[in-house]
Design a protein around this ligand. Structure first.
Ligand code: NOS
Length: 323
């Protein structure tokens, strides 16, 4: 049945990252989608390391046919004081496993040009799944005024809608990483689907699930089992949960099977300064305010509000194990 329908073309914009590694493997093992490229960004690690890890993960998967394209080394406003989450993922981004360097190289093109080029080549057909700060995508929006119309959809992991953040009470890590970029993407007019912490914190891989990965013979499950330690200990310490949040894999599933989520629609603006830098503020467009606001007349986006967490977890587990 899947063969009969056209596969959704996806570009994964990623900062690998342990949960990124899971998400990339799940995508590569999902017949509903065709991964046409990986673009890289800082976030869990710096961009150079993100590129190295993206190449490494594709080599592990035997998918060196998929291009890796290096993204921005600075924030949208050219900031170089970036915050990387090595305490979540290890200094190498992949659980401090000291993997050998990849054999391949990123292609000679910038991620921004690649994103614009692919949107032009397949107008309306390409979904960008953004798993890190939104710098590359905002730069594409800035560089090509038509990009937001030509890109099919942007499914992004970002924001904390009606809940606390994970960097601080106000902000989720990807939005905090480049709030100016996030505000541009949310107000770009593109078909944006935001998957925030309010949803991803419901999708938990338990300690028992981890044992299932360890015991399986799946190629992806085996690899992921090796890099999970630091991600588990970070969650045990920070959240006191018996398991880990599947932020990036849940977001990939939102692209693979959107029916496992429900959504609300409204205007999202991002706070770019002050103590709430990185806060995503959702306006449901119900009330007509007396005065013009910073939300007035801006395009709406879809924000995920509920998730069939057992179904998402099952898909992630199955696709890591049956590999
Ligand atoms: O405490 C944290 N600080 C920074 N990044 C984090 C933290 N917890 C998780 N992530 C990372 O940020 C994205 C979701 O917000 C995920 O990629 C996750 O791995």
């Amino acid at each position: 049945m899947v063969e009969a329908t056209k596969k959704k073309k996806i570009i994964i914009d990623t900062d690998p990252g342990i949960d990124d590694a899971m998400a990339i493997f799940v995508a590569l093992n999902s017949p509903e989608v065709e991964v046409i490229g990986l673009t890289t960004i800082f976030g869990n690690v710096y961009t150079t390391l993100a590129t190295r890890n993206a190449l490494h993960l594709l080599e592990i998967a035997g998918r060196t046919d998929i291009p890796v394209v290096e993204g921005s080394h600075t924030s949208f406003t050219k900031g170089t004081k970036l915050r990387v989450a090595d305490f979540v993922h290890g200094t190498d981004g992949l659980g401090n496993q000291n993997f050998p360097p990849p054999l391949g190289k990123a292609i000679e093109q910038s991620a921004v040009n690649y994103l614009i080029e692919q949107a032009n080549q397949y107008p309306g057909e390409v979904t960008v799944v953004a798993l890190g700060p939104l710098t590359n995508i905002a730069l594409a929006v800035e560089q090509d005024p038509e990009f937001s119309k030509k890109i099919g959809q942007i499914v992004l992991l970002g924001g904390a809608f009606f809940v606390n953040g994970n960097v601080n009470p106000a902000s989720e890590a990807n939005i905090f990483g480049d709030p100016d970029a996030a505000d541009i993407v949310f107000t770009s007019g593109a078909d944006v689907v935001a998957v925030g912490l309010n949803v991803t914190h419901q999708v938990i891989m338990s300690d028992d699930d981890r044992d299932k990965l360890v015991q399986s013979n799946g190629k992806f499950a085996q690899y992921i089992s090796k890099i999970l330690d630091i991600y588990y200990s970070y969650h045990h310490e920070s959240y006191n949960t018996k398991g880990v949040y599947l932020h990036d894999p849940a977001t990939i599933i939102a692209a693979v099977d959107p029916s496992l989520f429900t959504y609300t629609e409204g205007v999202v603006r991002v706070q770019t300064s002050g103590i709430t830098r990185g806060t995503t503020v959702f306006y449901n467009t119900v009330k007509r305010f007396m005065d013009e606001t910073e939300w007035s007349g801006k395009p709406t986006v879809k924000v995920a509000v509920t998730v069939d967490a057992p179904a998402v977890l099952k898909l992630v587990m199955d696709r890591l194990i049956n590999s």
